[in-house]
Design a protein around this ligand. Structure first.
Ligand code: NAP
Length: 287
């Protein structure tokens, strides 16, 4: 019998803490030089408990990093036109440097129309088509936060991506698709899988790097993980369970993210860093 491997954990809490510390130093330096505190406007529509919790968490992190956060809480019945108008007005407000629309918004709202009302220079959550295009062409702009956090985590653990086969499971506009583009930009050979993929297990078996971004508990079976692969689990399901069957996957992978404590902390850290980046450039300074 071959010896059982135990993958090294890709801890996201340490790198996220370091990024937040660096961001907070930059925020303080910016305030000292210009008298302006970077400000993130967080727009919440309705009172979905998970969204309320996420917004509260993001605002608390802003406060700790010396970033002002402005909560714009709108009633659940807000229309697309009403939300668009609010986002446009925040886009023009010189006191606001970054805008985050907490999503999903209600089904009666055209989410894409709302995202597009965010000025690209304030799109610190990287949700506009303009941000996606800039990211895909490696032009200046803001990456979607979770994909940006995943790339930082891969770099933190010196994962060499050039020529590797990366399999991204999930193709959402904020996670699967952009992380695939970022991996491609780093010369990985990228395969996307989704709900219509005929044989997910076969695709996963070919992966040097697996990124799970689905929202289905333990969908990726450990037995399908290629020995020595790098496994990034962005999934977050009730009960702190990821999209990868962690206990079996860690006996085959070389590196694996825990859930929680892997991708999650990196996402917020990137949001804060991008808010200070946005403030810096809007104030006419270089990063
Ligand atoms: P989403 O918009 O619901 O997209 C899910 C994707 O998974 C879709 O592309 C879907 O395919 C695909 N999918 C569904 N069932 C599948 C199956 N059986 N086999 C293969 N693919 C399947 O979700 P999301 O917003 O990208 O989020 C995905 C997960 O990441 C969730 O657990 C979410 O909580 C988590 N998340 C974590 C963070 C973080 O900071 N850690 C941030 C954002 C999201 P189709 O396109 O064909 O429908």
């Amino acid at each position: 019998m071959s010896p059982t491997r135990t993958a090294q954990l890709m801890d996201g809490t340490g790198p996220a803490r370091r990024l937040v510390e660096e961001t907070s130093t930059r925020a303080a330096e910016l305030a000292r030089r210009t008298g302006v505190t970077p400000c993130l406007a967080t727009v919440l529509v309705g009172e979905d408990p998970a969204s309320v919790t996420y917004v509260r968490m993001k605002r608390a992190r802003c406060a700790r990093a010396g970033i002002e956060s402005r909560l714009v809480a709108l009633p659940a019945g807000t229309t697309t036109a009403g939300l668009v108008e609010r986002l446009r007005s925040l886009s023009q407000d010189p006191g606001v440097h970054g805008i985050l629309l907490q999503h999903p918004v209600g089904p009666h709202i055209d989410e894409r129309a709302a995202f597009e009302a965010i000025a690209p220079q304030k799109d610190v959550d990287g949700v506009t088509t303009s941000s996606f295009a800039a990211m895909s062409f490696a032009l200046p702009g803001f990456a979607s936060c979770t994909p940006g956090g995943i790339m930082r985590l891969l770099d933190e653990y010196d994962v060499d991506l050039a020529g590797r086969h990366a399999v991204v499971v999930g193709r959402s506009a904020i996670l699967g698709k952009p992380v695939g583009m970022l991996l491609l930009a780093r010369d990985a050979t990228v395969t996307y899988c989704h709900s219509r993929t005929a044989d997910l297990a076969a695709a996963v078996r070919e992966a040097d790097v697996v990124v799970a971004a689905v929202g289905r508990p333990r969908l990726i079976r450990g037995e399908d993980v290629k020995p020595g692969a790098v496994v990034i689990d962005a999934g977050y399901n009730p009960g702190n369970v990821g999209d990868v069957d962690f206990d079996t996957a860690r006996t085959r992978a070389r590196l694996i993210t825990p859930v929680p404590g892997g991708v999650g902390p990196m996402t917020i850290a990137v949001l804060l860093a991008q808010t200070v980046d946005a403030a810096t450039s809007q104030l006419g300074l270089t990063r």
